[in-house]
Ligand binder design. Structure first.
Ligand code: ADP
Ligand code: MG
Length: 249
């Protein structure tokens, strides 16, 4: 049986006020369980694409569907946007943890505040997730007492807490000192094994090759190459891609 199309992007465009078009008529289908790496030069719209998927950025045109939730840029309700947002969670480059909350409180936040889950239950889920990302011994630490790699692992536990169908990673290791990159990539790889659908914007090319079943090369607001890793890296006809790869490798 063919795999279910979980995410459907139709004719997505985005222009910022007074700016040029950042996303140019992107259409894309992503299957349930796909691990999609997105690479490409900076300023080409990778973050904007991820942010449109949860309406942190409102598209100018086009439709986005995740599961049974569809949002049309031209006509939608707040409820539709909230429903779409609940389908995914995002791991940010800068972690975006609450500085005045412990690791555990950071992970619990979405469960108690947004989902109104009883505290004891939220705590149990959050502790379990922190253990899963190897942070079981630092649950009561504030972000300032954690390394970048540890903060990002808390960020990943937080993203998992709401049990989203899709996880969006926006350059999860770009803000880290080199010594912490490996542990965060290993954590993402562990999460990937659970069969959750993931989109990962990254400059870690060898990681993308290992973890993803599909790689997209984005440039100037368009998806220029979309292929499984083996094909992607042997596509020598794509001059711009080869040029990009020779820069980042
Ligand atoms: P990438 O993630 O590939 O580096 P982005 O999606 O962050 O690229 O940005 C693509 C383009 O959109 C850039 O030229 C950037 O300056 C512009 N851009 C991004 N966010 C905004 C915004 N909120 N307002 C205006 N321009 C923006
Ligand atoms: Mg970006």
């Amino acid at each position: 049986m063919a795999k279910e199309v979980l995410i459907e992007i139709e004719h997505l465009s985005k222009s910022f006020p007074g700016g040029t078009e950042v996303l140019k008529d992107i259409s894309l289908e992503i299957h349930k369980g796909d691990i999609v790496a997105i690479i490409g030069p900076s300023g080409t719209g990778k973050s904007t694409l991820l942010r449109c998927l949860n309406y942190l950025t409102v598209p100018s045109e086009g439709k986005i569907r995740i599961g049974e939730c569809t949002v049309d840029a031209k006509s939608h309700t707040k409820e539709e946007v909230y429903a779409l947002r609940r389908k995914s969670s995002m791991v940010f480059q800068q972690f975006n943890l609450f500085k005045n909350k412990t690791a555990l409180e950071n992970v619990m936040e979405a469960l108690t505040k947004v989902q109104k889950m009883p505290k004891a239950e939220a705590e149990e889920i959050s502790k379990h997730l922190l253990e899963q990302v190897g942070m079981g011994d630092r649950m009561d630490f504030y972000p300032s007492k954690l390394s970048g790699g540890q903060q990002q692992r808390v960020g990943i536990a937080r993203a998992l807490a709401v049990n989203p169908e899709v996880i969006l990673f926006d350059e999860p290791t770009s803000a880290l000192d080199p010594e912490w990159v490996k542990e965060v990539l290993a954590t993402i790889q562990e999460v990937a094994k659970e069969g959750r659908t993931m989109l990962i914007v990254t400059h870690e090319i060898s990681f993308a090759r290992q973890v993803a079943n599909r790689i997209l090369f984005m440039e100037e607001g368009k998806i220029q190459v979309d292929a499984p890793p083996e094909e992607f890296f042997s596509d020598t006809k794509q001059e711009r891609l080869q040029q990009f790869l020779s820069f980042v490798r």
